[in-house]
Ligand binder design. Structure first.
Ligand code: AKG
Length: 334
């Protein structure tokens, strides 16, 4: 694996950033956000996940030492219950509007930003290599426009052993790559290996990785004793087509009124509803392919189907499909 090209020195130069993003499909920027802003969010989430039994109770939350006895993964019900509590945090959502992030993206893309309302929080337990995020592209999940950019930021310092993200440089040229099903974020795994293309590096709190929606990326295995806590947020130009599903709080129709109940300020509530959005419906073609693979593999007794079947149970709108997935899960998990 090669190191990221560090673009911190051109962070003020929109044209240079855009040229490098066009070339590589990613930008790695050190110290974009104040460490304190990240540490504040980590502390609040840390309190929640420690109460859930995911962090060692005898160590400071800031150290993020994992408690393996609390192990669970997205989208198991226990994981999602805790994620819902995290989703209620005002500062967690407010971070995506931080002027340093918005200013950077406006320089890069040259127009007014639409931060996607949905923010994703990852809690990756150590020594569970099977659940390391597999190679995938964000576009099939996100859609609207391919000109969507993910900002990925760890909430703790993330040296290589804690398992940051890696990108296959230059894979954002237009192809949607073929995939198989697998565990980890999104439930899919691109089959092409992209040998020699992978880049990554250690992160500190405040460092941000930006990548194009077609850039192939995956996790680095977490071999530390820490819970790898990270956030990812997606951005696009307000003028580009937007898939309104990205306004569902955590991939399911969770009521924003519920999320907003304890917030101190109204300023950021429903901000996207005040913007002139250019809506484009979601195309289910890739989800349908993924789900058909999961049913076929599940019916053949292949445990790789479990993660996608759990996703269907947790998030699909069709009750008959959810019931079919649950029935299959019952046979695979026993
Ligand atoms: O943090 C991870 O392991 C997955 C993140 C990811 O896939 C993304 O930001 O799109």
């Amino acid at each position: 694996m090669q190191p990221f090209v560090d673009s911190t020195d051109i962070a003020a130069d929109g044209a240079a950033l855009a040229a490098r993003m066009r070339r590589d499909g990613y930008l790695f920027i050190r110290g974009l956000l104040p460490r304190q802003a990240i540490a504040n969010v980590q502390r609040q989430i840390g309190d929640i996940v420690r109460a859930a039994g995911w962090l060692a109770r005898d160590r400071p939350v800031a150290e993020a030492i994992a408690d393996q006895s609390g192990f669970c993964v997205d989208p198991e019900p226990a994981y999602l219950a805790t994620l819902r509590q995290i989703n209620r945090l005002e500062d967690y959502h407010a971070l995506k509007h931080h002027p340093a992030l918005i200013g950077f993206l406006e320089r890069l893309l040259g127009g007014a930003m639409l931060p996607h309302p949905r923010v994703l929080m990852r809690n990756i337990f150590p020594d569970r290599a099977a659940f390391t995020t597999k190679s995938h592209q964000d576009y099939p999940n996100v859609q609207g426009t391919t000109e969507v950019y993910t900002a990925w930021m760890p909430l703790i310092d993330c040296p290589m052993e804690v398992g940051p993200l890696q990108v296959a440089a230059g894979t954002h040229g237009g192809d949607i790559y073929d995939f198989q099903i697998g565990a980890g974020a999104g439930g899919i795994e691109i089959t092409e290996p992209f040998e020699g293309r992978w880049v990554s590096g250690p992160f500190q709190q405040g460092d941000v990785l930006f990548f194009h929606s077609l850039a192939v990326h995956k996790g680095v295995p977490n071999r530390s004793d820490k819970l790898r806590m990270s956030m990812d947020v997606r951005y696009q130009l307000l003028s580009e087509p937007f898939n309104i599903d990205n306004a569902n709080a955590d991939g399911q129709p969770l009521a924003w009124d519920d999320i907003y109940a304890g917030w101190r300020s109204d300023d950021l509530k429903y901000y996207w509803q005040r913007l002139p959005l250019n809506l484009l419906p979601f195309d289910r073609v890739w989800f349908d392919k993924r789900d058909a693979l999961a049913f076929a593999h599940g019916e053949a007794g292949d445990p790789r189907a479990i993660s996608v079947l759990q996703r269907i149970v947790a998030r699909d709108a069709d009750p008959a499909k959810r019931a079919r997935a649950q029935k299959l899960l019952d046979t695979l998990e026993t």
